[in-house]
Design a protein around this ligand. Structure first.
Ligand code: GDP
Length: 298
């Protein structure tokens, strides 16, 4: 997919004019380190990660004269080093059907991401089934059906307000009977009532384990990059109520600075399976740490 025009990166935004000049060099001193820290914090990286990244960059280099492009290269390398271990596509297991539970707050991009993933897996020759597990939101179910049509993948639904766990059970039975490779289960994202949501997710897991004790094989948490630091607390909440195994970060095509991904990698180390870069079916890209680090730094 075409990621569109590149966003100006961190240093590009602040030292924009300077980068075009004949590479002035500056002494890496406390003052410069502080402005670097501020820049990183402003990129949504969070204070802890920003301080650690700056400290790593400064180690053994204080008092040295550096050009902006040298700082950029060092910074990109520091960021890529944090991101490399978490850049991992969704693992596919020989187990059939592989059950992927998709969780996240409403509006994060769950439905869209399920549609995009279904399309990619189908293009890779996999047989996919989707279960519209957010049975309380009629609009979500309709939206998922639209995505299912686009991706050419069946979407199993249940009457509005019915038990998501029983839909998940039926869906897994059906996916099994049809020899599907992958079952993706959408879930509700009402964080307003955490205890209810926890019970709902736990029940889905309990019920599908009656069919396959190893299910779900993945629990994918979908996060919206435009929520910035909020993404960190969403990971904390969802890790308490489900067994999150990996992340998809959506809406990185917008104005989101994306630094929160560095904070997430630094803090949780959860795999980032893919990133959403638009609203169309092909707008889901593998996470590339080098490219990401360079785009962030600018
Ligand atoms: P859900 O409530 O979590 O299922 O969220 P949806 O999948 O319905 O997405 C909410 C909104 O975000 C929709 O308008 C989507 O088109 C939009 N969206 C989802 N992913 C992306 C993305 O990667 N980029 C952009 N720009 N918009 C996205």
């Amino acid at each position: 997919p075409d990621p569109g025009p590149r966003k100006p990166g961190l240093l590009g935004r602040i030292f924009g004019a300077e980068t075009k000049a004949a590479e002035p060099r500056r002494v890496l001193d406390d003052e410069m380190l502080e402005s670097l820290e501020e820049l990183l914090i402003a990129s949504d990286m969070g204070v802890d990660t920003a301080l650690r990244v700056s400290a790593n960059l400064a180690e053994g280099r204080m008092g040295r004269k550096l050009s902006v492009s040298e700082i950029k290269t060092l910074l990109a390398a520091e960021i890529a080093r944090i991101m490399e271990p978490v850049a991992r596509p969704l693992p596919l297991f020989p187990k059939k059907p592989q059950v992927v539970l998709v969780v996240g707050v409403n509006g994060s991009g769950k439905t869209t991401t399920i549609g995009k993933l279904a399309s990619q897996f189908r293009a890779a020759g996999k047989k996919v089934v989707i279960a519209a597990g957010d049975t309380f939101r009629a609009a979500a179910v309709e939206q998922l059906q639209v995505w299912g049509e686009r991706a050419g993948v069946p979407v199993l639904t249940a009457p509005e307000g019915s038990d998501p766990a029983s839909l998940a059970f039926d869906a897994l039975k059906k996916a099994e009977a049809e020899g599907a490779d992958l079952l993706m289960i959408d879930t509700a994202g009402r964080l307003q009532n955490r205890a209810d949501l926890m019970e709902e997710l736990a029940k889905i897991v309990r019920v599908i384990r009656k069919i396959d004790a190893s299910a779900p094989h993945n629990t994918l948490l979908v996060l919206d990059a435009t929520t910035g630091q909020n993404a960190l607390s969403q990971v904390e909440v969802f890790r308490k109520i489900s067994d999150v195994s990996g992340l998809v970060m959506t809406k990185l095509d917008g104005t989101a600075k994306g630094g929160v991904l560095v904070a997430l990698a630094d803090k949780f180390g959860l795999p980032i399976h893919a990133i959403g870069v638009g609203e169309q079916i092909d707008d889901l890209a593998p996470f590339d740490p080098e490219e990401f680090a360079q785009a962030l730094v600018g």
